[in-house]
Design a binder for this molecule. Sequence first.
Ligand SMILES: [Zn+2]
Length: 391
Amino acid sequence: MKAIFNIIAVLFFIHAGAQDTAGRYFLARTTGKLPFLEYGLGDDRLGGAKMTYLDSNIILKVVDSFGIDYKVQLSKYHTAYIDKQSVQRLPGKKPAPYYLTGSWKVSGDSAYDYVSINLDEKLPYRSQQQINPSKIVLDIFGATSNTNWITQLKTTKEIKNVYYEQTEDDVFRVTVELKHAQHWGHSIYYDTTGKRLVLQVKRQPLLLDIKKLRIAVDAGHGGDNSGASGVSSNVLEKEYTLKIAKQLQLLLSKAGVKKVFMTRTIDTTLDMPQRIQMLKDYNPDLLISIHLNSAGSDTVKGTSTYYRYIGYRPLTISVLNQMLSLGLKEYGNVGNFNFSLNGPTAYPNCLVEVAFLSNRGDEKKILDPKFHKAVARKIYLGIQDWLKAIK
Ligand SMILES: [Zn+2]
């Protein structure tokens, strides 16, 4: 009896596995909140290295299955991984033999520039910021050029030039040269026609005056998620990130910044997708996220700032330089960081890990209300330094 059951179990397993593997594939579309691709199956405490967030309804070819992730074939030589919950299977749908790009339009409205690209299908993409000179590079996977017409209108303000190259048979690379050195953000989505990919480019504000900017301040953790705790005091990170964030809010308001957005002002639970969505809805010009660090060893100490995209590094350096004048040790400026709120490309963002709660010297500072004001002041001055350096 047991043997028969085992055979049935094995047959079932083979059948279940064969749907996802062994040279077979199925098509699916992205679904749910904030689907994203990862480069590989690597993981750290913040998840794997992310390749890109994707719009919903993007078509993906699922070729394999690994635990909670599907492996997807983006193009002949490129694969990525996506959470199974972020895709919806398309039973019976077959891929077209090829997908073509059509004509483009480069234009602007009162706030943004746009590059709109006609495509046969909602294909996956990824983007990258480049600096010196500043460019946005957008790869569209599975696309082959039939673009013979790029209309460029005078309403465009920030985009200097656009061009493409077919870097592989099925990878179409769009390059967008920007006028200003500073990246102010970009978003990628399919418009309501469903077959037009839009790269929306944020312009540099006409007046680089902090008072005119929409500044978002995020107090890390909150509610059920208390974060790190003090090595000798046991105070919770979530309480002190909020104290510092509120000081920054107060200081910005006093300095004449009219539009300050706080992801939270009370002790409440907010997960990362919720924060990202709130920020997307608010549409800030820049984001400062405040955390307190913690390490396994109590000798590790100091202040640090973090970015994910190279175009946002200058803000994080200006803030770090100011923070260092508080007498904190330099823990460093960290790039390519996988923190969720460094993930959006739509606005410059900076994570500030003020100091270490796990170090006695740093903890003593963190407990002092005067220090919260001083940190707020340094972050404010860091933003000001960054603005002054922008050409
Ligand atoms: Zn934290």
